[in-house]
Structures are given as structure tokens and as C-alpha cells.
Write a protein that binds this ligand. Structure first.
Ligand code: NAP
Length: 179
């Protein structure tokens, strides 16, 4: 919303619809975009329910061969795994925007984007009350849902981190400070 300024009818690719990605799928669908999401196939029915028009199994299909003419990519994998940010550049139409979430934009990625005629940017989550209010309104209206994979007492925060770092979370891991 704030970075890519997604418009109705645009094509948006979201790589790694696991924890953050399902929100991106729902926000992009809310804005009227055509949503393409990568995830392993077991996640595909869930992502379709959330609003994905197309799903790509990244474990069997190079996503850059299955998605094209994209206006915006939200890449949640980064170049640290299989050069995902650099590969995502190939899916963009001229002038399209890559939002590289993990790692941001390295000099190599910036050069590759320049050569491809597309725009790269990073993004960093910051405290933002108005945005959280807007998201809460979307949740209250039933436009956005929040999947909680597991809840942990605060004393088990290390276990929650270990699970999150495994990189296969479906939705959010929640720490509770009471009960
Ligand atoms: N810049 C910021 O402010 C900011 C904020 C939040 C998060 N982040 C970063 O954004 C990234 C995503 O966070 P998250 O919480 O969504 O992560 P996550 O919960 O670990 O989700 C990872 C998802 O990625 C999928 N995946 C794993 N390897 C993949 C690959 N090679 N290609 C495509 N998909 C792959 C997994 O799918 P399967 O389970 O189906 O295999 C899983 O669903 C993390 O690196 C995190 O540090 C940055």
C-alpha cells in the first residue's frame, strides 16, 4: 500500500507466502490486484482462499518461468536463497517494482534491476499506528484474516524462534504473557 502503491488490475507476485506473505496476498486482493503467490503445494488451497488468483510451487517450478508481466513483486525470500530477488526481476514488466524484504537492495541487485529496466527497493517495518488501525479495520470487516499456527507462553520464546527460523511457518507464531 505505502511502498508499491498497488492499483486495481495490476499483477502482483508474492514470493514465500508463509508468515508475512499471506497478509500481502490479502492486501493485494483487497486493492483489486491479480495476485500470484509462491509456496509449496500444500499451502495452495489456503492461499487461494485468501485471494491468490495463481499459485506456484517453488519446490517444483522456477517461478520466473511461470509468472510474467508483473507490475510489482514482494520478495520475502531474498537473494540469500537461490538468488530469488535477482530471479524475480525477470517477472517484472518494464518499470515494475521489486520490493526486496529480506536483505534489501545490494549493489549487484541494483545493477541487475537497472539493466532490466525495473525498479528495486527495500522496506523496513516501523511502528505505524495509522497503518495498524487501517489493518485492524480490514480484519474487523472480514477482508483480512490472521492465521495463528501456534501459541507459546513467553517462557518458550526460544522454542518459538527455533520454529520460526526453520522457515516453514503457516501464519503467525504468538507469544502470550499471561496464562
Ligand atoms: N524488512 C522487514 O522489516 C521485515 C519484516 C518482516 C519479515 N522480514 C523478513 O521477511 C522474510 C519472510 O518472513 P516470514 O515471517 O514470512 O518468513 P516465514 O514465516 O519463515 O515464511 C517463509 C515461507 O517461505 C517459504 N519458502 C521457504 N523457502 C522458499 C524459497 N526458496 N522460495 C519460495 N518460498 C520459500 C516457505 O514455504 P513452505 O513452508 O511452503 O516451504 C514458508 O512458507 C524473513 O526473511 C524475515 O526476516 C523482514
Amino acid at each position: 500500500m505505502d511502498t508499491a502503491h498497488v492499483q486495481a488490475g495490476q499483477r502482483v507476485l508474492i514470493t514465500a507466502a508463509g508468515g508475512v506473505g499471506p497478509f500481502d496476498v490479502q492486501f493485494a486482493r483487497h486493492l483489486g490486484a491479480h495476485v500470484i503467490a509462491t509456496a509449496s503445494s500444500a499451502r495452495h488451497p489456503w492461499l487461494k482462499d485468501l485471494g491468490a488468483d495463481e499459485t506456484i510451487d517453488y519446490t517444483t517450478t522456477p517461478f520466473e518461468e511461470a509468472a510474467a508481466d508483473v507490475d510489482g513483486v514482494v520478495d520475502l525470500v531474498g537473494d540469500g536463497h537461490d538468488r530469488t530477488s535477482t530471479r524475480a526481476l525477470k517477472t517484472l514488466s518494464a518499470g515494475g517494482l521489486l520490493v526486496a524484504v529480506p536483505g534489501g537492495v545490494s549493489p549487484d541487485l541494483a545493477a541487475a534491476a537497472d539493466a532490466a529496466g525495473v525498479r528495486p527497493t527495500g522496506v523496513l517495518v516501523e511502528p505505524d499506528g495509522p497503518a495498524l488501525t487501517q489493518i485492524a479495520e480490514l480484519i474487523d470487516a472480514g477482508e483480512v484474516s490472521v492465521e495463528v499456527e501456534k501459541t507459546f507462553p513467553l517462557a518458550e520464546a526460544a522454542t518459538a524462534h527455533t520454529q520460526g527460523e526453520a522457515g516453514h511457518t503457516r501464519g503467525k507464531l504468538v507469544l502470550t504473557t499471561t496464562g
